[in-house]
Ligand binder design. Structure first.
Ligand code: IMP
Length: 192
């Protein structure tokens, strides 16, 4: 089965390709002739994942999947959510985003939060969503040098280390994205 992964992140593509095995061929956006930026204008994480998969299916008629992720903080009514990448502005700086998050949480007792990933699969024009959530808390200062984004501030429930203090494969087994991709892979393998 040939599928396009609607991402420009080469690292994500290689990782998923290895997990899917030989029955699946993953194509990049470039390989299907998509060089333009895919619109991501909806106001929910699931909406953006849906929008990206729909765009590829409708414009290229290639079965595909797309993912979208956000950090949802309880005391901030689910913010930054769909705006996680540009919380502190269009320059998408992880350091500035973390600074803004810490400022907005100052004085708040409840620091519980979750990462949510939604993957939309468009398989021959039929859409399926897969969700992964990991609960945790936002620390008062960053810890660790691994990972990316909000990782130095996020300590998953039941752990005494942040995502930025974990080896990548350990994070991958418990993370929002890891959970969502495991569901996608199980579905694809069962329908191959
Ligand atoms: P994307 O949808 O995977 O591009 O994620 C959107 C934004 O959410 C990123 O720019 C990061 O700010 C944040 N984010 C997504 N996944 C993670 C993660 O695993 N750790 C920390 N931050 C993340």
């Amino acid at each position: 089965m040939t599928l396009c992964f609607a991402t420009n992140n080469r690292h994500k593509l290689e990782e998923i390709s290895a997990l899917l095995g030989d029955n699946f061929t993953l194509k990049t956006l470039k390989e299907i002739g998509c060089a333009e930026e895919i619109p991501e204008t909806r106001d929910t994480i699931a909406g953006n994942a849906n929008q990206k998969a729909e765009y590829i299916w409708e414009n290229y008629q290639v079965s595909c999947f797309a993912d979208d992720t956000g950090l949802e903080v309880d005391a901030l009514n689910g913010e930054p959510g769909v705006y996680s990448a540009r919380y502190a502005g269009e320059e998408r700086s992880a350091a500035a985003n973390m600074k803004r998050l810490l400022a907005n949480l100052e004085g708040k007792k409840n620091r519980q939060a979750q990462f949510r990933t939604v993957i939309t699969l468009a398989l021959d024009g039929v859409y399926h969503d897969f969700e992964g959530i990991v609960r945790g808390e936002i620390l008062t200062e960053p810890r660790g040098t691994g990972g990316f984004g909000y990782d130095p501030l996020f300590q998953p429930l039941g752990y005494d280390r942040t995502f930025a203090e974990m080896p990548m494969d350990e994070k991958g087994t418990i993370s929002h994205r890891g959970i969502a991709f495991a569901k996608l892979i199980a579905f694809l393998k069962s329908s191959a």
